[in-house]
Design a binder for this molecule. Structure first.
Ligand SMILES: NC(=O)c1ccc[n+]([C@@H]2O[C@H](COP(=O)([O-])OP(=O)(O)OC[C@H]3O[C@@H](n4cnc5c(N)ncnc54)[C@H](O)[C@@H]3O)[C@@H](O)[C@H]2O)c1
Ligand SMILES: O=C(O)C1=N[C@H](C(=O)O)CCC1
Length: 255
């Protein structure tokens, strides 16, 4: 029998429920009439709690080291997944696609950033990329963040690099011949990415473009983790009808 999601709230489990994002997601799900929080799991809790509770979708905001194990369990149990945890390499995405190939109808949605402005920043940067000879990405986050560069910055750099390559642009000009290690940031697909960690910040990114006589700065600031919740809820509501792997919120936002 086909599940009528309009008739009964979608049963949602949260992984990383005691974390900064997970706690916010639990709160958002609890306040949504069409969703029901059936499991709130953190480190040390059994993943079987999800199946015991009859979870139909899971939201993962944990850690890059554990997220693949969580997803393998959920996919094997036929639970749709929404993933905010970072650390998704092409290799990890290929592994996930392999699992989903043998799980018809199941959806996994991974987004490096669920904030609308961050999604737009990535799209605007991709659009601007071919018009500027120089580009650098600066990401700024709270000091308890485990990974650098941020997943958002890595994705932004990849999108910019692909757009530059398609337009036939060479690497950004840079005459640096003497350099203290790290002074010029990290290279992601030939795009320089700089990571700032500072108390008081949440999640911020600035993409700087330059060409003869002008620059363009595209900046986004998340000042509260609530900024991620509309995107997370949209993904949770959409994932049961999105079979296979979806990366990014773009298609859900009509971008
Ligand atoms: N996509 C986005 O929009 C977005 C936004 C913010 C953060 N993030 C990412 O989400 C992840 C979590 O961020 P955070 O700031 O909430 O981190 P956090 O450290 O505050 O929370 C992570 C939680 O996961 C728990 N955890 C660890 N291992 C677990 C396991 N095996 N099973 C269940 N829970 C486990 C931890 O105990 C902790 O409570 C990071 O990768 C971060 O980069 C993504
Ligand atoms: O706080 C974090 O950690 C965040 N991680 C994501 C990233 O790495 O891009 C999104 C922004 C917040």
């Amino acid at each position: 029998m086909t599940r009528d999601y309009a008739a009964e709230p979608l049963r949602v489990g949260v992984l990383g429920a005691k974390g900064k994002m997970g706690a916010e997601v639990c709160n958002a799900v609890e306040h949504a009439d069409d969703l029901s929080l059936v499991a709130a799991i953190d480190a040390g809790d059994a993943l079987e709690t999800l199946t015991d509770a009859g979870a139909e979708a899971v939201v993962d905001f944990t850690h890059p080291d554990v997220v693949m194990g969580n997803l393998e369990f959920a996919v094997n149990c036929g639970i749709h997944c929404v993933v905010g945890t970072t650390g998704f390499t092409e290799e990890r995405l290929a592994t996930l696609r392999g699992w989903l190939d043998v799980s018809p109808g199941l959806g996994v949605l991974i987004a490096p950033n669920f904030a609308i402005g961050a999604v737009l920043t990535m799209k605007f940067s991709e659009l601007a990329a071919k018009y500027y000879e120089s580009v650098e990405v600066i990401e700024l986050h709270h000091p308890r963040k485990a990974d650098a560069p941020s997943g958002t910055a890595a994705r932004t750099a990849q999108l910019i690099a692909a757009a530059r390559a398609e337009a036939g642009l060479p690497a950004s000009p840079d005459a640096t011949s003497q350099e203290l290690d790290g002074a010029r940031g990290a290279l992601v697909d030939d795009v320089r990415v700089h990571s700032i960690r500072l108390s008081g910040l949440i999640a911020h990114q600035e993409v700087l473009f330059g060409t003869e006589g002008e620059t363009l700065s595209i900046r986004h600031d998340s000042m509260d983790r609530k900024s991620f919740m509309p995107g997370v809820l949209l993904a949770v509501r959409s994932v049961p009808t999105l079979p296979g792997l979806t990366v990014g919120l773009d298609s859900l936002l009509g971008l």
